[in-house]
Write a protein that binds this ligand. Structure first.
Ligand code: SF4
Length: 82
């Protein structure tokens, strides 16, 4: 009975250690990405299409893409209301 309790405790401790490590690594990656972005470096090789930071990104590639998308949307609206 006592061995089983110790085994359960070790398994729980291992599980919590894995979850903690995963959280730590995820947090580290997010912090690193934010730091790179703040320093003016792209974190996704300039491919803004699938980038998770696109909405908040102020790098030239992202701003250019946003301008193009706005321009395309205006041109489509002009065609619709002709
Ligand atoms: S949104 Fe574009 S420019 Fe900004 S980090 Fe992502 S890929 Fe790089």
């Amino acid at each position: 009975m006592k061995t089983q309790t110790r085994r359960h405790w070790l398994m729980s401790a291992g599980r919590y250690a894995v979850v903690g490590l995963a959280g730590f690594l995820t947090g580290g990656i997010l912090i690193k990405r934010r730091k790179l972005l703040r320093e003016g470096n792209c974190v996704s090789r300039g491919i803004c299409g699938g980038c998770q930071l696109y909405a908040d990104c102020r790098l030239p590639q992202a701003l250019s893409r946003k301008q193009v998308l706005v321009r395309i949307s205006h041109e489509k609206n002009k065609e619709i209301y002709k």
